[in-house]
Design a protein around this ligand. Sequence first.
Ligand code: FAD
Length: 454
Amino acid sequence: MKTDVLIIGGGPGGAATAMFLVREGIKPVILEQEEFPRYHIGESLTGEGGQVLRRLGFEGEMTKREHPVKHGVRVFGTTGQNSWYVPVSARDKEWNLSFSTTWQVRRSDFDTMMLKEAETRGATVMRGTATKPLLADDGAVRGVTVRWPDGKSEDIETQIVLDCSGQATFLANQRVTGPKYVGSYDKQVAFFSQVTGAVRGPGISGEDAKDNTLIFYAKKFHWAWFIPIDGDVVSVGMVTPRADFLAKKQTPEEFFRNELYDINPEVRKRIPEMNLVEKVHVIPNYSYQVRGFCGKGFICIGDAHRFIDPIFSFGLTVTMREAEFAAPLVREYLEGKRRNGDNPFAEHQVFCEKGIDNLEDMIDLFWEQPFAFATFVYHRYPDQLTDAFAGRIYPTEHQPSPAVVAFRKMLKRTREYDQDVYSVPIGSRFHPERAALWEPNSPVATTEQWMGAR
Ligand SMILES: Cc1cc2nc3c(=O)[nH]c(=O)nc-3n(C[C@H](O)[C@H](O)[C@H](O)COP(=O)(O)OP(=O)(O)OC[C@H]3O[C@@H](n4cnc5c(N)ncnc54)[C@H](O)[C@@H]3O)c2cc1C
């Protein structure tokens, strides 16, 4: 089989990539290994995540489907008595700042909507698993081998592969990209489920709006989230260091039930009873960075190359924004441009890295100096932090902002970029002790695999 563009993965990154490509006049094939709808974590959008959906024409559909409207995020400090709030915001063309809204989504519904719409607009969606890349003599990716649900395999030849395989990081695990490094937050484990009967904010808009995200801070690397995903159900998750979980020798559900209330006194107020309506899922080792994630015949998008930490909900925004950035470059590639040199997408790669580096510095400062961070939010850099929380993180968006520059100063960190060296993996320069390679060919484990191996 042959196609010009093959997208691996039909999550929001893959579906958004397909829809942006259709706008460029390209009809890609999306290969997705799972039957949708399927459960997925990652339910809160940022302001710019909402704007991508608006640009894709989904505003009416999101409203019709009654996805909860998010006005902002409130972060509770350790005692639960103090909190700070960041509103969802937008910028117009003149860079004027205004309040805005975005959405919370139940991923099984949202991802299915996105994938179906990509198909309606012209993509071909095929159920199958990419198992092996096909490489040309010069190392360029020229397709993949696919295993179909009936167990048969087939090669798909293509001019370009867009890896949107999420944390499975297909091309990295196949060693097509540069190395994959563990990130700073790889020692944390996320436990999450969904509850009913939770106590939301009393308002319909602004700071106390009922569908806002709540974050409960405990201490370094211990925190929990509260994300309403429909009128009754709230997604609740807890992140703790892996060592704490291993020491307790409990099942994930026992650990979740026993520890969640200890995170922060506000949790019990918000979740008076733990009526779980979904099993307790676990994701360990979610923090990594893939070097050299673009090259001849391939671009990795979103989680397929980097994920830092779920706090502040940037995953969907990054994957959909990278999809939007990549689409015109793919068109140019198919038109025969960008064929010279080792990496036709080197600039795109550095551009994306710069954006996520800004996020990483913000998240690192939050963990290293939470009180200074709260002061920055309210007093020193309120507008710049509102931008960052909205996902305006890229060089074309006045970044790095004075706030990010201040973060770097406080973290004693510099960032350098080189078109050949690409971005420096987290770990090597800033945290030498953590500059570890990801275990090759070991995708992030499922709950079951991880429990079995423990
Ligand atoms: C604990 C936790 C909480 C999070 N909370 C948030 C949040 O609140 N907000 C937010 O925006 N983000 C959040 N995220 C991040 C978010 O989940 C991801 O960033 C987002 O899902 C990335 O979308 P994607 O399309 O790139 O990948 P995915 O959504 O993971 O989609 C990848 C798809 O590729 C398919 N696939 C994989 N390998 C293959 C293969 N070989 N062949 C065919 N198909 C394949 C998979 O089946 C999957 O459907 C969270 C992450 C974690 C770990």
